[in-house]
Design a protein around this ligand. Sequence first.
Ligand code: UDP
Length: 256
Amino acid sequence: METEVVSNLSYVNGDLDEFISYMNQHHLSQRRGAMIATVNPEIGYATMKDHAYHKVISSADYVLPDGVGVVLMSRLINHPLKSRIAGFEVFMSMLDLANKQSKSIFLYGAKKEVLEAVKQRIDTEYPNVVIAGSCDGYQADKRFVAKQIARSKADMVFVALGYPNQENFIYEYRHLFPQAVCIGLGGSFDVFSGTVKRAPRWMIKTNTEWLYRLIVNPWRWKRMLNIPKYAFAVLKENKGKKRYYPEQVKDQTKQL
Ligand code: UDP
């Protein structure tokens, strides 16, 4: 997969279909694990402010541009990314693959009732998927959950704890389940279960999903200030006015 560097993260430069078929060919079919991080402007900004978190995200095998803001900035600084690859869509496509190949999955995150609704929908719509285990996102003992995942031997591990907890969890424990493709999915379980509605299709198409989130969750406005902050920080860094990172990350284009 080709990559492109935007503000010290090496993003997958392709589209959803290319990425999924690449994952299938190079990882799932060979039971070779991988860590996928889905990065939106908020997460991108968090990596600029927190070196430890940057280390976690840049250790992922695949960093996906999960936000139109990241794609927009990539174009403004002349490192253009072809398209957004949304975590939620990767989740749906991976479930499709799992269904076609009778793969096993582990679901970790969200509230108990949300998780139950997710499992029910998977049982109905993806009958060949084997749910090898699950755990809601409010268990204090993360190590215990990691051991449960290891025992499940799942092919895919979906972690929906919100950032930075989901990436920190995968980073810390992925060595216990080396065969699994692991991905941090934020609030995707809430959307998949129908607990939270995703933006209407026309808003997703016109790249205004962020506006929908702001209207539905006005209390998020403070968090969303990180979007313009990210934009300014990327531009400043690109002009050489400020350095946010101790060292530069190189293009991680993979030739497997
Ligand atoms: N969550 C969890 N455990 C926690 C905190 C959050 O499982 O300790 C879940 C929460 O229920 C929600 C998801 O993590 O399903 C993250 O939601 P949010 O929309 O805040 O994440 P974002 O996508 O913005 O990172």
